[in-house]
Write a protein that binds this ligand. Sequence first.
Ligand code: PLP
Length: 458
Amino acid sequence: MPANRDGKYSHTAELKRQDAAHHLHPFTDFQDYAAHPGRIISRAEGVYIEDSDGNRILDGMSGLWCCNLGYSQPGIVEAVRKQLSELPFYNNFFQCANEPSVRLAARLASLTPDNFNHVFFTNSGSEANDTNLRLVRRYWDLLDKPNKRIILSRTNAYHGSTIAAASLGGFDFVHRQFETLPYVHHIAQPYWFKDGGELSPEEFGVRVAKDLERAIDELGEDNIAAFIAEPIQGAGGVIVPPESYWPEMRRILAERDILFISDEVICGFGRTGQLFGCQSYGTSPDLITFAKAVTNGFQPLGGVLLGDRVANVLTSGGGEFGHGFTYSGHPAACAAALATLDILEREQLVERVADDIGPYLQRRWQELADHPIVGETRGKGMVAALELVRNKHTRERLEDGGKAGAVCRQFCIESGLVMRAVGDAMIIAPPLVCSHEEIDLLIERATRALDLTASHYH
Ligand code: PLP
């Protein structure tokens, strides 16, 4: 590979060589990656990322659903720098606390629905869901209901990658690669386009919700500890449920004595037009999982928000809770979160998603439904998906095995847009700070990628 004047090509080529030789990437076919090394992302600004070849790409995925405020946030950078220079680390074990973790706990308690007053910090969403399992188990043990052990989750769910979180998740190919926890049971997901058949979305939403009722009856309410779900399944393909789904789920959950965990790792901090997705859908969780956008992705931080129902039992139960991480409540990560929340509030971004940029994105996104290879568009707030098809009416796919998504994703990159493929669903979750012009550009580039995909298959 010849070097240009400033040596850029040879530098990139060398990085790619070392990457392929030494670096195992998450959710990647290692053999395939060694043969086709990826791009090196070297800079980011506003809502754009730039690779080491100088390509500037509109990031329609906010990094990995986390950089909701875009990449240029000097306030967060400065807060982290200041914290690292004052107290770079101290733990929260052994009767100690650090100021940013305390301030963040209090801030989250004041921001969240009234009955949420406690938080347990982790480094990631996966660890937060592991923590949920520990909290739920302890809750029922303290209430002297030791039989309540089963956790209900949904097929095609994603709740993280530790053994516990991946067991909660509903990806079959992942489950085949390890021994899943025996007490996790999966119920149906509200994926109308895939499973709805001839039913209207509303009929399907009610029918699929009843799977929760059926599972509780079959497995026994006395044996079930909790149900975990995302308001909108993100990594599963942005499965926006029919409007009838959550009201029916809400009814069932209210009648049954099981805890409800709302996994808000993607929906949290404004993406659906409320602070949390559960508020958009009017559900009443007992526990909320968060991560990602809480620090705008600038520092690793996750956690569980505990509603009073659970917190009151745990805080009055006595005895040590044997769980925690070295970096639970890391001062620099908490400082990043506080600065992120400052910006979210100061710029009224949640309101902006509800009233301005969210409706604008959804209106423009819906226009893509007219494209010949788009079978459905769906979305809410600043998250959306479309389904690639050969035939809109029969929903026949362009190619067997959900491979068209990967083809379209490549055309997106070539068109200057990051859009993610989940099988044949193309999904976006752009930064909440996108301007109207940037949304227009996103739609223009997505349309170009769809045109190129259509030509590829015809
Ligand atoms: N829960 C949901 C809904 C997620 O989307 C993710 C990650 O994408 C996780 C949990 C896991 O979070 P992390 O990757 O920070 O462990």
